[in-house]
Design a protein around this ligand. Structure first.
Ligand SMILES: Cc1cc2nc3c(=O)[nH]c(=O)nc-3n(C[C@H](O)[C@H](O)[C@H](O)COP(=O)(O)OP(=O)(O)OC[C@H]3O[C@@H](n4cnc5c(N)ncnc54)[C@H](O)[C@@H]3O)c2cc1C
Length: 427
């Protein structure tokens, strides 16, 4: 009897979980391959919501998808663990030991075989080795960091309530993450004010620092301008052409000598692949550590290794690190991997179809762009269409993973939750 092909997917984010679910429904269900997903954590979250979890304006209990539950319903296997290297000759991924949160060893380090390996380990912010950033800044690249930020934000608010002080927060990076976080923090404080210890909540001073000449550089200039105005209306101090040269426990230093005082300092600029890619058996990498792949999504060094989403880089057609790209690449492999594995058919090039982009500044405003350059949102309706579009993207992702019935039930559960719980995280 022929041995079943082994498909190993590392990283259950936007790309990895969609791919595992789709392959499980086809090859897994038909017994054509053994599909294994490995992730550092036990559950998936929709990363584009991390800034809301950080501010506390969304609460992640309902928004997590358990990998084990998803695997058992969709004919794939899940193992928790961190891949720390590859043995390309033996076609094995190397997993580090798995520890409990108290440090106790739970699983020894081990290896997992593959015939096809798909790397979908995402990305993190890039501090470009700016002095003091690693030691003195917070990041919101994953759920643990977003929850960690939220805890610090709530504690600093408490301190500001008690002392009657202003709370100052500086965010580096005027891209989608930093800009949306600035707005969500204001929204959070507005809602906290409704449940306050004192009648007047402390004031919040958010400074947004962007090295380039405008915020939201991936959007048309009109959107950058409108978003800047909106942020300034809610008293966010937006500073463009502000090159950060260092960070310490009091704030950020800029290249022009200015010091920006900040009790909480967030680094949300730049994108790079996780450090571990340098240990992936000598695979060729981009300058930001992303795995170099052909348009077929196969590594330029090894056709049995694929990379999708933020951790991959197509030199002939660089794509932005977005959820839209990650999903389309996952769908492409879900369609073509079975033929490649079972019938040695070549994988066609993955052609990215830009469907536009959306930015939502809390419920203050929002804008979207369509491929032809049309901009929508903003105006008297405060960008309602764009803000709804943003929400729809998340619901579409949930429905893709859960199926229609459970997806819609999950929307209903979230709606009921808003009737029961405060709309900001208070504990
Ligand atoms: C705050 C924020 C807001 C954003 N907003 C938007 C938006 O509005 N629209 C948009 O299109 N994009 C947005 N993005 C970008 C988008 O989230 C990413 O492009 C997308 O998540 C990339 O998907 P991915 O599958 O490549 O990686 P991810 O979704 O990041 O998943 C990576 C997975 O790999 C796992 N992993 C990492 N290393 C290892 C390892 N060594 N071993 C095992 N598992 C590992 C992680 O635990 C994680 O589950 C935003 C990002 C952030 C941070």
């Amino acid at each position: 009897m022929n041995k079943k092909s082994e498909i190993l997917i590392v990283g259950g984010g936007v790309a990895g979980l969609a791919l595992a679910t789709r392959l499980g429904q086809t090859m897994g269900r038909l017994g054509q391959a053994r599909i294994t997903l490995i992730d550092k954590s036990f559950s998936h979250v929709w990363k584009p919501m991390l800034h809301c979890f950080a501010a506390g304006t969304a609460q992640n209990e309902n928004d997590r998808i358990s990998f084990m539950a998803q695997a058992s319903r969709h004919h794939f296997e899940f193992w928790p663990g961190e891949v720390i290297g590859l043995d390309r000759e033996k076609r094995q991924a190397v997993l580090g030991p798995f520890h409990a949160s108290d440090g106790a060893l739970v699983l020894e380090g081990r290896t997992v075989n593959y015939d096809a390996l798909i790397l979908s380990i995402g990305s993190c912010a890039n501090d470009f080795r700016t002095p003091g950033v690693a030691e003195h800044c917070l990041f919101i690249d994953n759920l643990v960091e977003a929850n960690g930020f939220n805890e610090k934000f709530r504690m600093e608010l408490l301190r500001a309530y008690d002392g009657g002080n202003e709370l100052d927060i500086a965010i580096v990076g005027g891209g989608a993450t930093g800009t949306q976080l600035a707005a969500e923090l204001h929204k959070a404080l507005e809602i906290v004010g409704l449940h306050s210890f004192a009648q007047t909540p402390p004031s919040l001073k958010v400074t947004l620092l962007e090295a380039g000449p405008r915020i939201l550089p991936a959007f048309p200039e009109a959107v950058s301008e409108a978003a800047k105005k909106q942020l300034e209306n809610i008293k966010v101090d937006v500073r463009t052409s502000a090159m950060v040269s260092g960070a310490d426990e009091t704030g950020f230093s800029l290249k022009d000598g200015t010091h920006i005082p900040a009790r909480l300092r967030v680094w949300a600029a730049g994108v790079k692949a996780p450090e571990v890619t340098t240990g992936f058996g000598g695979l060729s990498l981009s300058r930001s550590g992303q795995i170099l792949v052909h348009p077929t999504l196969q590594s330029v060094d090894d056709p049995a290794i694929f990379a999708v989403g933020d951790c991959s880089y197509i030199a002939s057609e660089p794509l932005p690190p977005t959820a839209q790209v990650a999903r389309q690449q996952a769908h492409h492999l879900a369609r073509h991997l079975p033929g490649w594995l079972l019938n040695q058919r070549e994988i066609p090039s993955c052609v990215f179809r830009n469907k536009g982009a959306i930015i939502a500044l809390g419920d203050y405003n929002g804008w979207g762009t369509l491929p032809g350059g049309t901009v929508f949102g903003g105006g008297a309706l405060k960008g309602l269409t764009a803000r709804l579009g943003h929400e729809m993207l998340y619901r579409q992702h949930q429905i893709e993973l859960y199926g229609w019935y459970r997806g819609l039930m999950s929307c209903l559960a979230d709606w009921i939750d808003t009737l029961v719980r405060p709309s900001v995280r208070l504990d």
